[in-house]
Design a binder for this molecule. Sequence first.
Ligand SMILES: Cc1cc2nc3c(=O)[nH]c(=O)nc-3n(C[C@H](O)[C@H](O)[C@H](O)COP(=O)(O)OP(=O)(O)OC[C@H]3O[C@@H](n4cnc5c(N)ncnc54)[C@H](O)[C@@H]3O)c2cc1C
Length: 418
Amino acid sequence: MQINNSHKLHSGSLYWPTTLSHVPSYPALQGHITTEVAIIGGGITGALCAAVLARAGIPAVLVESQRVASGSTAANTGLLQFSNDKMLSELADKIGETDAVQFYGECRKALTRLYKLADEIPYDTGFHVRSSLYCASTSSDVPRLFKEYSMLRKHGFPVEWGSPHNTGHHLPIRKPAALVTHGDAEINPIRFVHGLIAEAAHKSAHIYENTVVEGVQRMGDKFVITTDFGEIIASRVVRAVSDVPGIESSSRIKPILKRSYALVTPANSLPASWPYDCMMWETARPYFYFRTTPDRRIIAGGMDEDQADPVSDANFLLNRTRLLLEELRGLFPDKQWEAEYAWCGTFGESADDLPFLGETSEQPGIFHALSCGGNGTVYSMIAAEMLRNRILGLEHPMLALLSPERPAHPNSSAVNTI
Ligand SMILES: Cc1cc2nc3c(=O)[nH]c(=O)nc-3n(C[C@H](O)[C@H](O)[C@H](O)COP(=O)(O)OP(=O)(O)OC[C@H]3O[C@@H](n4cnc5c(N)ncnc54)[C@H](O)[C@@H]3O)c2cc1C
């Protein structure tokens, strides 16, 4: 049996769209429009860029080929963390301790700014500050996790150590040890994107849905962005999508596309024993993780696979959903678990686990905003502020480290290929 994967970035039954009582809509672009910045892609990255530019008074047009927040963003499970898929201690081995610590620090600051944005837009975005329980998957992972705890602590990140032998931090699930980071958050990604886009549109941005960008061409000091029924003339272009016709992308700055799985349990299924302000993930790769919702559901995910397309076979998705439920049963054996929603979605990664943000010398004026990795939303926030600073002629501390032209680090696995 085949399942609906018409969006090509996810398949199965999504949870977030069911949390919207009204879906705001925007017209398709017909004819010509001139602006300062053309943003291609109406996911979380494009929405954050549109909102941050609108707040800075910079004119922008955002075009989305389908509906706003219908791509990878709709499949996002909404965990916002300053810790990354690559531990700080491992990133330090790869890119040096100074850069790694600065990067983690910028992710933490980006979280604070996401909080401020979510708080200020007149929309319930489901943003709640949470702690994260980062568990050792096996006893052999405990020393590695303790090394991570020590490095986070050394550099002043808000972290605690917990193990069954440490009665001060009793673990609520069966794991050999864990560290707890504070100041992370959860969000409803679709509501957040709609709130950002609505605010940007209210201020000055022009938003177009059902508008496919078919080409980007430089004409003197401007770009001509051709869409299916119109044209945008802009001084700058933001690539908030993995591929755009007309934007050359060396194999190095092409995200490696992967797929991941997620499920949502019924309302009020969260065990009373679970501390409500805590999310959970683990040291195994790929890792299993979960968060909760205000109506006491669990959103669990994991089992990343090296496949670009979301699964199209319903039985395959069912099988993966059962495996995720088994993981939950392993943590909470006293409970019968079931999934009310389950899906598979595509996301991008990079060889060195860092996003590609900024312009290249080959294509000045085209800003790449490729938020690779499981921490995509935090990276998108950094992208939006880096873009704004670039336009205003201001520095950004992550410009060199996250540049699409950064040298491949000797310890990185490889140059990206799809
Ligand atoms: C199962 C799963 C769980 C995840 N969980 C998390 C999480 O907990 N936390 C987190 O931070 N990240 C998470 N991610 C990653 C996160 O979803 C992505 O980093 C993020 O959504 C990427 O947003 P985006 O705006 O860059 O891309 P998208 O949301 O994919 O947006 C790109 C948009 O561009 C549009 N588009 C494409 N081509 C064109 C064109 N030619 N013209 C116009 N528009 C075009 C698409 O329709 C799409 O809407 C998860 C991903 C998956 C799959």
